[in-house]
Write a protein that binds this ligand. Structure first.
Ligand code: NAD
Length: 370
């Protein structure tokens, strides 16, 4: 997709939130094991990959965060360098390409590297960023396999850097309210979750349909939202998984999954029935049924317009920018030396289930995960 740039706005928001300022004033932040930049009021973020998400969501969100800001870019497209430099007032010294990326080690303006590349590149850039002494925020899915996720976690751990995954829904108040209602048994014991996310994918040549780059299809890209919802509503990991796949266009979806349905059983007895597709839209929801009522979001996973309902009535909050909130939270975790709730370990747990779903499809059997 073509980048849609707004008129140049050279404003850097570097003001620090009141809570953060109070924390700094109180001298409450850990200092010995954090990077030089962690003592700053606003942490510098380097965006790696200036595609659709970086252009339309992340860079605009970084203008609103307060405790972090866009400080550097990494791109393989020379034309984007000048566009981004002038739009976001980025000095030449903080512009990298994929070959020069490792020089970021000497860039004190950068504290966090945000990896927004095709899925198969997440591991490499996370590890290179950690080796350069930077904290890493990485888009979902974390990587293409559990093994890759583990290597990313290990690299950040041995560099003593934080690793966070872009699970923005966990920062939306509608999702947070549903988690609270589900975990407090607001309507009695939860029994069943029905969740799904799909859309009709366009351009047959895009990387999302290339197995080497994407790792998989609809499941890796959007099914992961439904899977996450089941995990955060229950607060549990599934113990058995059964899945099946349907392919109606074997040319377009020659390399990756088109549509998958799967069921999961959780230790408490909750059952989940989930679906994902690249071949139809309109499925963007979850509904959790308990003994005495239900909670639901539909649409659940969009950037805007989330609608919630329960047996008690609407679940309604003001619109938020979940990208802004997830970035603020990650910067705060670094500044306060707290582990992110959307950690690398959290990303690995999703990949574990995704691998079990693919294994169930391949072998035609239920996978018992614990
Ligand atoms: P995109 O195709 O718009 O951008 C990908 C970027 O990677 C481009 O700038 C491209 O030039 C660059 N790139 C470098 N090497 C490449 C290669 N070999 N092939 C293709 N592109 C290459 O993709 P996107 O929609 O910005 O997605 C990027 C990441 O963000 C993916 O992991 C995706 O799953 C994730 N994502 C997350 C959300 C969310 O809501 N959290 C939404 C969309 C995408």
């Amino acid at each position: 997709m073509t980048a849609q740039f707004q008129p140049s706005r050279r404003t850097f928001v570097k003001t620090v939130s009141a809570g953060l300022a109070a924390g700094i004033a109180a001298g409450g932040f850990h200092s010995s094991k954090v990077a030089r930049g962690d003592q700053k009021k606003s942490l510098g973020v380097a965006l790696v990959g200036l595609g659709s998400l970086s252009t339309k969501q992340i860079a605009p969100a970084l203008q609103k965060t307060g405790n972090c800001h866009l400080a550097a870019i990494v791109t393989g497209t020379p034309e984007k360098e000048q566009l981004w430099a002038s739009k976001y007032n980025i000095d030449r010294a903080h512009i990298y390409n994929y070959e020069s990326f490792d020089k970021i080690v000497g860039d004190d303006a950068v504290d966090i590297v945000y990896v927004v590349l095709p899925n198969s590149m997440h591991e490499e850039y996370t590890i290179r960023a950690a080796k350069a002494g930077k904290h890493v925020f990485c888009e979902k899915p974390m990587a293409n396999s559990v093994a890759e996720c583990q290597r990313m976690i290990d690299a950040c751990k041995s560099a003593d850097r934080q690793l966070g995954i872009g699970y923005r829904c966990q920062f939306d108040p509608h999702h947070q309210k549903c988690i609270e209602m589900a975990r407090s048994n607001e309507f009695g014991t939860m029994r069943l979750i029905d969740a799904g996310f799909g859309f009709k994918i366009g351009d047959p040549k895009q990387w999302r349909l290339n197995k080497q780059l994407a790792g998989g299809g609809a499941l890796m890209d959007v099914g992961i939202y439904a899977l996450q919802a089941c995990r955060y509503l229950t607060g549990e990991e599934p113990i058995s998984i059964t899945a099946q796949e349907t392919k109606t266009d074997a040319t377009k979806f020659a390399q990756v999954d088109e549509s998958i349905t799967w069921t999961m059983k959780f230790p408490s007895g909750v059952m989940a029935q989930c679906a994902t597709s690249y071949n139809f839209s309109g499925m963007n929801r979850f509904r959790a049924y308990s003994d005495n009522g239900f909670i639901q979001l539909d649409p659940a996973y969009s950037y805007t317009g989330i609608q919630g309902e329960s047996s008690k009535g609407p679940i309604k909050f003001d619109q938020v920018d979940a990208f802004q909130l997830e970035l603020q939270d990650f910067a705060n975790c670094i500044l306060e030396n707290k582990k992110s709730r959307v950690s690398g370990e959290e990303g690995l747990k999703d990949l574990k289930v995704i691998e079990a779903i693919y294994e169930s499809i391949r072998d035609g059997k239920t996978i018992v995960t614990s």
